[in-house]
Ligand binder design. Structure first.
Ligand code: UT7
Length: 345
């Protein structure tokens, strides 16, 4: 609705590690094959953080691109929110580590919703802009889950990759940015996808420690069933909440975990393949980074136009899910510094 404050996406960026791990590489490490991985997941290769890559360095790479694209500097940002489940350390927050590199004195905090983390963080950041509390928010989705992958476990090690994506949100009176928000969680399913032993919890008995090795644990079949259900339902609910029909959707930007899960979500919205952005084949599951990375690639491919309705949808550990319709474009965002100062900076 014009006249109401909205949070347009005015900048976007992504950063990937250079190192590529192919299905053929994995077939030399565990009992698997390119044929199995491609047919069950759609993944062909993924990027793996090297010793020089950190959650901080990837976040900063994506954030710098997003700031440049928005044409602003870090000290013009009011708030930094990092959606991640793999911060470089617990104290201090990942957001503060990012700010140390970028500069500025914006508020900074992390948000933990596993693979749904970016969409949760986008919803949170948009709220700060829509209420008028802030004018510019930097939202980052980043994960280096391969640090917690057991490369002797074929049921998980073929799935994950690392990366970061970021967006800048800026206030506008035009109907741009997030038009609807669907957030959900089923905490009872927390043991279907988790990393034990990487927190303050300590088991009572020392003998239990081996069980708490810090490797990602997953019940793939349960997560698959859950994902197929919530991805379609959450995306459909987001479209409806925005007052739109499926025919109004220009592009689905889904969490990239498994091609079969993405296809199921697309079928639920009755979308043809050319309206669904897929890059799981090249990056695998990059957790909280996957939606903003997909957004950046869809934009770079010239697939997004001013006023397009994009559907973001993600699921992950928690179990959690999140979706929203994003009206793409920067119409109505004031680029003039004088106007910016009138807006309270
Ligand atoms: O962001 C959320 C992250 N998690 C997910 O998205 C995971 C969601 N789940 C999935 O994507 C799928 O469940 C998987 C890709 C993990 C597994 O695919 P599936 O079609 O559900 O296979 P399955 O687990 O039912 O396993 C079928 C067979 C099993 O062998 P048996 O028992 O039939 O002899 C597995 O041991 O495939 C075997 N298998 C493999 N074989 C070759 C499991 N992993 C592999 C592998 N290579 N990497």
């Amino acid at each position: 609705m014009a006249g109401t404050r909205h949070a347009a996406i005015t900048g976007w960026g992504m950063a990937m590690p250079d190192r590529i791990l192919t299905n053929a590489d994995l077939a030399e490490m565990v009992e698997t094959s390119d044929e199995w991985i491609v047919s069950r997941t759609g993944i062909r290769e993924r990027r793996i953080a090297g010793t020089q890559d950190t959650t901080t360095s990837l976040s900063v790479g994506a954030a710098r691109q997003a700031l440049d694209r928005a044409g602003i500097t870090a000290d013009e940002i009011d708030l930094i929110i990092v959606g991640t489940c793999t911060p470089d350390q617990f104290l201090v927050s990942q957001a503060c580590l990012v700010q140390a590199e970028l500069g500025g004195t914006a508020g900074a905090f992390d948000l933990g919703a596993a693979c749904s983390g970016f969409v949760y963080a986008l919803a949170t950041g948009s709220q700060f802009v829509q209420t008028g509390l802030h004018n510019r928010v930097l939202v980052i989705g980043v994960d280096t889950l391969t640090r917690f992958v057991d490369y002797t476990d074929r049921t998980t090690c073929v799935l994950f990759g690392d990366g970061a994506g970021a967006v800048v949100l800026e206030a506008t009176d035009e109907e741009r940015g997030l038009l609807s928000t669907v957030l959900g969680a089923d905490g009872a399913g927390n043991k279907h996808l988790y990393i034990p032993g990487w927190g303050a919890f300590v088991p009572e008995s020392a003998e239990l420690f081996p069980e708490y090795r810090p490797y990602l644990q997953m019940n793939g079949n349960e997560v698959f069933r859950f994902a197929v259900r919530v991805m379609g339902d959450a995306a459909a609910e987001a479209v409806e909440q925005a007052g739109l029909s499926f025919a109004d959707v220009d592009m689905l930007i889904p969490h990239q975990a498994n091609l079969r899960i993405i296809d199921a979500a697309a079928r639920r919205l009755d979308l043809p393949r050319d309206k669904v952005w897929v890059n799981v084949d090249r990056y695998g599951n990059t957790s909280a980074a996957s939606v903003p990375i997909a957004l950046c690639e869809a934009e770079a491919a010239g697939k997004l136009a001013e006023g397009d309705n994009l559907v973001f949808v993600a699921f992950g550990g928690g179990l959690s899910w999140a979706a929203g319709v994003v009206r793409w474009g920067t119409e109505g965002v004031c680029r003039d510094p004088a106007c910016r100062s009138r807006r309270g900076r």
